[in-house]
Design a protein around this ligand. Structure first.
Ligand code: GUN
Ligand code: ZN
Length: 451
């Protein structure tokens, strides 16, 4: 059978390690100024400088429409609610009243299978337009909502992780399941979708207040029975929420301890927000190899608080972090805009134990690519552009308007080194950019979006 072969010529960048922790630029990134990316049957077959590789591929047609543009691994969004896309930008509330007033009524529409299909297909197209090639997605309490999102992702051959919300108390009755039905339906979904093609299942108790102890116990039982599945939920997002959890689970030592008591904290667990943590919670996240999703646009929008990236990355802890857009509390599906807000949060972080170290551009793009892949335990497959990796990547145009052009010219004409120029360009991109800068998205070697 003839192999599906593709070669692109462009600047190419990917990360090998966290630039915040590994300070040597040659150890944490690979950058090819004028490189070639060779793809065969959906995988990276070769990568290198144009001048070194060209003799090897002389007889193959090279796609050179992206010369001077930048190839990056696809972005990874580690926390997002697809069913909330239509209620983005709903005014004025903090977490708990926001759930009551906007979220629950919207999610109740997803009982309708056709509606779920329509929104999931729209959502996947929006992800791709924003350069996001992998996401960890919360569905709604309805099994149909999860069938729909897996189907839509699979049509594009995307690697995604998703799950049915488990919720058997403290929500409107039409949105409640029971501990038995949530177990049965989650298991059916696991058997149907988990590890089919590029799909993975995440057991998804919404958050501690909307599950009875019995339901959390059932979630733990499922995880034990299907150990390769993920856990996704929310943790310590809002102070009223934390007080509520303490009153509902008085015997637990802290919020994370509630989940831990039911076997829900492990190396495939992703906790969204994790803003107001106690010291013991940091230790437990580290000890269990669990990860957190930093959702800056959402944390600002709901007035939830400031995520402490430097606390998370202390040498003794080094908790895995991914970035989440958290639509619909988040205000954009763009990972570039998310990085801009992440920078602002980290520039406010300063206390007695950590000095002021706002998110750098290399660290930011690491977090949005390989860092996200690590936090989802997928870094052997995605997040890099090494030989053998799955060919999920995007093409960035730095110069989408006059101001971007002026800024890029200024950087290019400076006396900085090649790495400094690259870092400054990426920083300008993350502060000023958005979906306009994504000119193409490839999933498993196939172009699935073109501007
Ligand atoms: N906590 C429980 N449910 C939700 C949700 O839908 N969005 C956010 N941001 N936090 C939550
Ligand atoms: Zn969320």
């Amino acid at each position: 059978m003839k192999k599906n072969f593709k070669i692109l010529q462009a600047d190419i960048l990917y990360f090998k390690d966290d630039p915040y922790l590994n300070k040597n630029v040659n150890n944490y990134l690979h950058f090819y100024k004028d490189g070639l990316l060779v793809i065969e049957d959906g995988y990276i077959k070769d990568i290198g400088d144009y001048k070194d590789l060209i003799t090897k591929y002389e007889h193959v047609t090279i796609n050179n429409e992206y010369i001077n543009k930048l190839i990056l691994p696809g972005f990874i969004d580690t926390h997002v609610h697809y069913a909330q896309i239509e209620m983005i930008a709903s005014y004025g509330e903090q977490l708990l009243p926001w759930l009551e007033k906007y979220t629950f009524p919207t999610e109740s529409k997803f009982k309708n299978k056709e509606y779920a299909k329509k929104i999931s297909s729209f959502f996947i197209d929006e992800l791709l337009k924003n350069g996001t090639t992998t996401a960890m997605v919360m569905g709604t309490v309805h099994k149909e909502s999860v069938d729909a999102i897996f189907q839509s992702a699979n049509e594009k051959d995307m690697r995604i992780i998703a799950g049915k919300v488990m919720m058997d108390r403290n929500a409107p009755v039409e949105l409640l399941d029971t501990y038995e039905s949530s177990y049965i339906q989650s298991e059916e979904l696991i058997q149907k979708w988990h590890e089919k093609d590029r799909l993975h299942y995440a057991i998804t108790p919404r958050f501690a207040p909307t599950s009875t102890p019995k339901q959390l116990e059932m979630a733990g039982k499922l995880k034990k029975k299907y150990p390769t599945t993920y856990i996704q939920t929310h943790l310590s997002e809002n102070k009223d929420e934390i007080e509520w959890v303490k009153s509902l689970f008085p015997k637990s030592e802290n919020y994370l301890d509630v989940y831990d008591n039911y076997g829900l904290v492990g190396d495939k667990s992703v906790f969204a927000h994790a803003i107001h943590l106690e010291e013991e919670e940091y230790h437990l996240l580290h000890k269990k190899g669990a990860s957190v999703s930093f959702c800056p646009t959402s944390n600002f929008f709901l007035g939830s608080g400031l995520f402490k990236i430097r606390e998370m990355k202390k040498k003794t802890r080094n908790i895995l972090i991914g970035l989440g857009t958290d639509i619909g509390a988040g205000t954009s599906l763009s990972m570039i805009k998310t990085l801009s807000e992440a920078y602002k949060v980290t520039s406010l972080e300063q206390n007695t134990t950590t000095k002021r170290e706002p998110l750098g551009a290399f660290e930011a793009f690491y977090q949005a690519t390989l860092g996200g892949a690590k936090s989802l335990a997928l870094d052997d497959k995605i997040g890099k552009l090494e030989k053998g990796y799955e060919a999920d990547f995007i093409i960035i145009d730095f110069e989408v308007d006059d101001l971007h052009k002026l800024k890029m010219d200024t950087i290019e004409n400076s006396k900085d080194t090649i790495f400094e120029k690259l870092e400054n360009k990426l920083f300008s991109l993350m502060m000023m950019g958005d979906d306009r800068n994504i000119i193409s998205t490839f999933v498993k070697g196939k172009q699935v979006y073109k501007k």
